[in-house]
Design a protein around this ligand. Structure first.
Ligand SMILES: Cc1cc2nc3c(=O)[nH]c(=O)nc-3n(C[C@H](O)[C@H](O)[C@H](O)COP(=O)(O)OP(=O)(O)OC[C@H]3O[C@@H](n4cnc5c(N)ncnc54)[C@H](O)[C@@H]3O)c2cc1C
Length: 373
């Protein structure tokens, strides 16, 4: 019988899993390697499929109150011409919620408020896993350990738990860098997404604040070592189109005004081939630890949240037999993640070849993929 669950990683997926499992009556403990929850990152886009899950766990109204919404997604090129426009009503085919964007730290604060402080233990880096007949035991960097009936690996893209289950799978650099943050927007920007030599986007998050992001090609290197200064990191995205430079200037000013508050992200994007399995005995992977899908599409977190919901459903249906529950979770969620991965690669190819005329039919495919669970 599964009762006690250890969750490794207190990111968005780990915290959502903790909240959902608690609702279902499981005893959960989250172990997070960070010493504190700091306001890190830019924004998180939440699509109807993810909002449905957050609503089920009682978080939707609070999240909506702190988010920005938009009537349509308009896509243009660097010259300002319209490529396509999708009304938010189209997203209702997925689930009856408008897509929204929220600052990552606001979402994190809402999630943390739904948990008791003793349910989250900070400064615990999982460095080893031991399996016995009855338990799975997580060992931490400080010599402590925790025995549970089930262990959930929610430790993100660079997952240690994934290495325990599928050690031969490695992350591959896609050739793209991302930069994003929260800023005011130059008033004359007409499109939410701008496709050109690189992809850029802007969506309202709260009040007059927008999340702004850029994705550009760059050769593989140790990015943070090569570009330790923020100005140099921003420089990588400059000089493609004047309109984008203005967005970058605003973002730079906003970051500098925030005196060290890291409300932006600058990361390399990685591919992960679909894993052969997401679980082994009493250990199971969720979200970025299991699948890196949807970040270019904009629905990564929402797909992760659906996976969390699916895992909880399966555990609720078979609490006495974890191996059936974990198998079922994989059978149900993996095909969707794999299909989205192929759509993501298609979009990357369209961007690469600058062939965006097909975007409207691509967008239809994406929406129909997300609605068919
Ligand atoms: C600091 C940060 C900022 C981000 N900013 C953005 C953003 O602005 N926009 C965006 O779209 N996405 C952002 N992301 C990524 C985004 O949160 C995830 O892609 C998505 O929400 C899925 O979340 P996740 O919980 O699977 O992974 P993550 O959010 O990456 O969370 C994984 C967690 O596991 C912890 N962890 C890792 N290894 C161990 C270990 N061995 N033991 C214990 N804990 C461990 C990490 O510290 C982290 O808190 C950010 C991620 C992080 C960690």
């Amino acid at each position: 019988m599964i009762k006690k669950i250890a969750i490794i990683g207190g990111g968005i997926a780990g915290l959502t899993a903790a909240i959902g499992l608690k609702h279902s009556g499981f005893a959960i403990t989250v172990f997070e390697k960070a010493k504190q929850f700091s306001p890190l990152g830019g924004d998180i886009p939440l699509w109807p499929n993810g909002l449905r899950v957050l609503d089920k766990f009682g978080l939707y109204q609070k999240i909506k109150a702190k988010s920005g919404c938009y009537p349509f997604i308009s896509i243009g090129n660097e010259a300002g011409d319209l490529i396509s426009k999708t009304m938010v009503d189209d997203f209702h085919k997925i689930a009856p919620y408008d897509p929204i964007n929220i600052c990552r730290h606001e979402l994190q604060a809402i999630q943390l408020a739904a948990l008791e402080s003793e349910e989250i233990i900070l400064d615990k880096t999982c460095i080893r896993i031991e399996e016995t007949e009855e338990h799975v035991i997580a060992h931490f960097h400080d010599g402590s350990k925790f025995a549970a009936d089930l262990l959930i690996g929610a430790d993100g893209a660079f997952s240690f738990i994934r290495n325990h289950i599928e050690p031969e799978y490695k992350l591959e650099y896609t050739g793209y860098l991302s930069l994003g943050g929260i800023s005011e927007l130059p008033y004359h920007i007409r499109h939410n997404l701008i496709f050109g030599q690189y992809l850029s986007g802007n969506f309202p998050v709260d009040g007059n604040k927008h999340m702004i992001f850029f994705i550009c090609k760059h050769a593989d290197c140790d990015i943070h070592q090569t570009y330790p200064l923020l100005a140099d990191q921003l420089g990588l995205f400059r000089n493609h189109a004047p309109i984008l430079n203005e967005m970058l200037d605003n973002l730079e000013q906003s970051i500098n005004k925030n005196h060290g508050l890291k409300n932006y992200f600058f990361v390399k994007n990685y591919n992960l081939q679909p894993l052969n399995r997401w679980s082994k005995n009493r250990i199971v992977l969720i979200s970025d630890a299991a699948h890196l899908v949807g970040s270019i599409l904009g629905c990564a977190t929402s797909v992760s949240l659906e996976g969390v919901e699916m895992l909880i459903e399966c555990l609720n249906q078979s609490p006495d037999n974890y191996s059936i529950a974990l198998k079922k979770y994989e059978v149900l969620h993996k095909p969707r993640a794999t299909r989205l991965l192929s759509l993501e690669r298609k979009l990357a190819e369209m961007l690469n070849k600058n062939e965006l005329g097909d975007y409207p039919s691509f967008s239809d495919d994406l929406i129909s993929c997300l609605k068919s669970y």
